[in-house]
Write a new protein. Structure first.
Length: 229
């Protein structure tokens, strides 16, 4: 027998799991995912994702510290070389990628600590920049492999060019440009939607009778099947 408590959450805690799953499919063929929040599997999932999020924050901050130390060492005058300068660029983009990953973790798992202003800038800065930094880091690693190939397999040519000033830029600039070009459409994949919430007619006390809530939605481009493929 179902419990008659008034609070919906407590009611669903007494409903058998199979009844909740049966209620997910409505008669008109729609799929109601809201009821999943009251299943035991969803609670287990929330605990798991919360733990993974905390682990991500810890490893991300630790990675930032190690990358900062590596950049400091590689930036010393006696360590100056094309190879080390490319490594510095890799560490910089890796650090930016970690920063964006930590911010993304806060947005997904600790939404109350994520400022609404960041949501407005998410489609134009956070989302595309995160992908650009990741791609740039990967392309720079390919550049390091190419540099090592020249040093080992083409030693005579390597000796001729290794003394050239700013030679590392011939790796860094193309990698960054390609990363930006590849992720250009990322600026068009998400959009921030502002919704005004009015509490003036609900007969309740609220600090702000009217305030705006920001939501993130995928754009038509992101939902286009041809684009996804």
């Amino acid at each position: 027998m179902k419990c008659t408590l008034k609070r919906r959450k407590e009611i669903y805690e007494y409903i058998p799991q199979q009844e909740i799953l049966d209620a997910l499919f409505t008669g008109d063929g729609c799929y109601n995912t809201t009821l999943f929040k009251f299943t035991q599997d969803h609670k287990t999932y929330e605990r798991f994702t919360h733990g993974i999020s905390i682990l991500t924050l810890i490893t991300g901050i630790a990675g930032l510290l190690f990358n900062t130390f590596a950049i400091a060492v590689l930036s010393r005058k006696e360590m100056k070389s094309c190879f080390n300068q490319i490594l510095i660029a890799v560490n910089l983009f890796d650090s930016l990628n970690l920063i964006f990953s930590v911010i993304e973790t806060v947005r997904v798992s600790f939404m109350s600590s994520y400022p609404q202003e960041f949501l407005i800038a998410f489609p134009y800065f956070h989302y595309p920049s995160h992908r650009i930094c990741l791609c740039a880091s990967i392309y720079l690693i390919i550049g390091i492999a190419l540099e090592r190939y020249l040093a080992v397999c083409r030693p005579h040519h390597f000796r001729e060019v290794q003394g050239r000033k700013y030679r590392s830029l011939s790796y860094i600039i193309p990698c960054v440009i390609i990363a930006v070009l590849v992720n250009t459409t990322r600026f068009l994949e998400t959009e921030a939607v502002v919704m005004c919430v009015d509490f003036t007619q609900c007969n309740c006390t609220h600090k702000q009778p009217n305030h705006n809530l920001v939501f993130l939605n995928p754009t038509d481009l992101r939902l286009n099947e041809d684009y996804i493929r």
